[in-house]
Design a protein around this ligand. Sequence first.
Ligand SMILES: *Cc1c(COP(=O)(O)O)cnc(C)c1O
Length: 397
Amino acid sequence: MKIIYADNAATTPVSPTARQVLLETMDQVWGNPSSLHTVGQAANEVLQKARQDVAKCLNAQKDREIYFTSGGSESDNQALLTGATLGKKKGKMHIISTAFEHHAVLHSLKRLEKEGFQVTLLDVGKQGIVTPEQVEAAIRPDTCMVSVMFANNEIGTIQPIAEIGAVCRKHGVLFHTDAVQAVGHVPVDVQAMHIDLLSLSAHKFGGPKGVGALYARTGVWLTNLIEGGAQERGKRGGTENVPGIAAMAAALTESCQHMAEVGEKLTVLRDRLIAGLSQIPLTIVNGDTQRRLPGNVNVCFQGIEGESLLLLLDAKGIEASSGSACTSGSLDPSHVLLALGLPHEVAHGSLRLSLGPDITGEDVTYMLAEIRQVVDYLRSISPVWEAIEKGEIHYAV
Ligand SMILES: *Cc1c(COP(=O)(O)O)cnc(C)c1O
């Protein structure tokens, strides 16, 4: 059976280029970049070249504004800790973020709250978009940081990052964006968008897992999460994952080169999927249909459980998700869908398809037919659906 992998927001396969760089670097450039001898310096060169490549893709002013980390979660943690530490020094202990951030941000905020910080989580509205006006209205004299994700990992909505960045810059407030879903997929320019701190992760754009980066604009003094040696300008101890970092840089460079053409292709297929799925009765499309990642589709089918849907689709070779990979395994509905104002019962029936560059029109045709069939089947055995059809249950959506 052919497998159609439509869960690229959870992780992507390692691209052939990244794989080749990973293996070659592991075999040939195994030195410690901190060693002064030739073998070590060869590794250091690979590291500096990777830093340059990542900086270029983000349009960072300087290579040294890129700090390599173990991935998106670590970068988010370090960014928030940094903003909080800098704020506390000035007696500013208010942080603004949104209700639909990744848990790496939300749980970091929870910890900061326990330490005395006040957190305002902005409403994301029915469309899943935060406005710069909302951010500006929430800024107080004691606000030290704003953290708004670039693109949401479940519903794919893209935030007006440049405008939010401009508001933050105007008020002298540090601006962090979790751009894990955006980097390599849509244009990101840290200078033009007034971004101070940005998180990215390799395995969301064809790189290996367990490696990522934190961009910190010159002048933003990072707080360490990991104390150790002088690696990463003393801001992140530990011998660098040289093969992973080199492979990440290769994957990012490749993604950025093909961004426009892949984006155009995926947008067409995404829109076909959204249009097709919308024809299934009592189906809700989650998030703004235009301002969203080229490969993201997220819908709720009333009267069914997302988990059952996923298992039946898996049996047909369609790999999708309901909510995010991080929350599957728990029975709580997605905090992102609840933030859109959906009732719990409806949020439970969600399906996320996140397309990769290799998807074809035939795959989309197959997915549309199979999803329709599985939804019809699950509804035919669902007592809740029966009640919905009889008009005994009505959800305000
Ligand atoms: C995947 C993801 C993360 C976590 O990245 P890891 O590298 O898996 O730690 C953080 N934020 C968003 C938006 C993500 O999609």
